[in-house]
Design a binder for this molecule. Structure first.
Ligand code: GLN
Length: 480
């Protein structure tokens, strides 16, 4: 078995036929991890012995039986560390399983490895991790994207079969695009966030990283659906996503929003995305220009709403119950202040300050309330567009992976990495990034497809058709 070319579905066929055993997958992955991790550093931790035990007891009759999945380090898994990439939670162990972990287990999968991330999922390069820098598998001088850069880099490096990440403003799709893999943000409500460490609760979703669209559908199938622990999870039955694969894109109506093709896009990214759009037309889809006029406010709206919610969610990290507690406290207030001062990173502090400011009395209406109104307009743009179109297509990221350190001192530059991904979170719709080619420098480019809320079946249908007609997803980085 060549683990670099396998997918969940190809491995499952071999497992069922008895051609391989589940432990063979762990051994093969271990070899690959040894070859790639010294230059990628995508994993924070992995435990081969534990994986072997789990592989041995895997129930192969289940849909993901015997398949290892890497997990972003902000998803609770009983007794495992769950650091969120923060010094603050360096020694925190999860007391319970997130619903997605339970669901993966119910489907026969097991967790193998915890992946690096920007601290508390705030960032677009994974450089805000308190523990290590992760490198892009296609060029180790470049960032893997973020905040789920660990999950993206290990799937891109083929040192994981699939992984879970979280996406609040693009943290699955943007790193997937930059690392050359498939990254999927489900509709708001599709997947339970119970056990995900909250960043911005009205935007957060958990979703899969995978090597293929088919695998993305398989993992989503396992983790999706109503959860009594999570009152935003949807009560509708989950459709069978795999049934929608293998269909053509003929007669699908695809909108191309003009606001996503303006200034600031790398010309090579634009050209590859345009070529992909032309493919859809050639295959008989009706492709037409459309407009999402409030796109220009996306970054401003996101960085008000996300920071406001983060300032509230992160208030629980006060030195009392979880994680770090200062040794210099003299009273409750100094416990709060010093514990946070000592163990939270600069970007997290910046967001807490910003978020507290936009919520403060006197500024609430000017910033937070206003941002909520503009968010409603952004959502309305999509509602209108989806009256005419089944899907909307755009680049995932305006540029390819940038050089490490390049944007670290310029938060605004860093925030611009999410200009095309944020709107889907603001509107609660589903979106997927898949590879659509490589630049002259051999860096992967991602194509983003967006569908209406709970429009996952059509999203998978179109992405799968595109993927199968191209070989991009089979191209593997040669990691020195
Ligand atoms: N990069 C964006 C941010 O820094 C999105 C992060 C995310 O989706 N978790 O907030």
């Amino acid at each position: 078995m060549d683990i670099t070319t396998e997918t969940i579905s190809s491995l499952r066929k071999q497992l069922i036929a008895g051609d391989i055993e589940a432990v063979d997958i762990v051994e093969a992955l271990d070899e690959r991890i040894k070859a790639t991790e010294p230059s990628v550093h995508g994993y924070l931790r992995f435990d081969k012995e534990r994986a072997i035990d789990q592989a041995k007891s895997a129930d192969l009759s289940k849909p993901l039986g015997g398949i290892p999945i890497a997990i972003k380090d902000n998803i609770n898994e009983t007794d495992e560390f769950c650091t969120c990439g923060s010094k603050y939670l360096e020694s925190y162990r999860a007391p319970y399983n997130a619903t997605v972990i339970e669901r993966l287990k119910d489907a026969g999968a097991y967790c193998y490895g915890r992946t690096n991330m920007d601290e508390f999922a705030m960032g677009s390069s994974t450089e805000h991790s308190a523990f290590q820098k992760t490198n892009n598998p296609w060029d180790k001088d470049r960032i893997p994207g973020g905040s789920s850069g660990g999950s993206a880099s290990v799937v891109g490096a083929r040192s994981a079969i699939a992984a879970l990440g979280s996406d609040t403003g693009g943290s699955i799709r943007q790193p997937a695009a930059l690392c050359g893999c498939v990254g999927m943000k489900p509709s708001y409500g599709m997947v339970s966030r119970y056990g995900l460490v909250a960043f911005a609760s009205s935007l957060d979703q958990i979703g899969p990283f995978s090597r293929s669209v088919e695998d993305s559908a398989l993992v989503l199938q396992a983790i999706a659906g109503y959860d009594p622990h999570e009152n935003t999870s949807c009560r509708e039955p989950v459709p069978n996503f795999s049934e929608h694969l293998g269909k053509s894109v003929k007669d699908l109506k695809i909108g191309v929003p003009k606001e996503y093709f303006g200034e600031g896009i790398d010309p090579e990214v634009r050209a590859l995305v345009q070529k992909s759009i032309d493919w859809f037309s050639k295959e008989g889809a009706q492709v037409e220009e459309t407009s999402l006029p409030h796109t220009k406010y996306a970054i401003a709206v996101y960085y008000i709403i996300a920071t406001a919610e983060a300032s509230s969610n992160l208030a629980r990290f006060d030195g009392v119950r979880y994680g770090h507690r200062t040794s210099e406290a003299t009273d409750p207030i100094s416990t709060y202040l010093k514990s946070r001062e000592e163990a939270l990173g600069t970007e997290v502090k910046r967001r807490i300050i910003l978020g507290t400011y936009v919520l403060s009395s006197g500024y609430y209406d000017a910033y937070y309330n206003r941002a909520q109104k503009v968010r409603a307009l952004m959502k309305h743009d999509f509602d209108e567009a989806f009256k005419d179109f089944d899907l909307i297509v755009s680049p995932t990221s305006p540029t390819t992976a940038f050089k490490a350190g390049e944007r670290l001192d310029n938060p605004l530059q860093m925030y611009l990495a999410d200009v095309f991904t944020i709107a889907a979170n603001a509107a609660g719709i589903c979106a997927l990034s898949l590879p659509c080619g490589f630049t002259q420098e051999n860096l992967p480019v991602g194509l983003q497809l967006m569908g209406p809320r709970y429009g996952e079946p059509t999203l998978f249908q179109a992405s799968h058709a595109y993927e199968q007609a191209h070989d991009w997803w089979k191209t593997i980085p040669s990691i020195a």
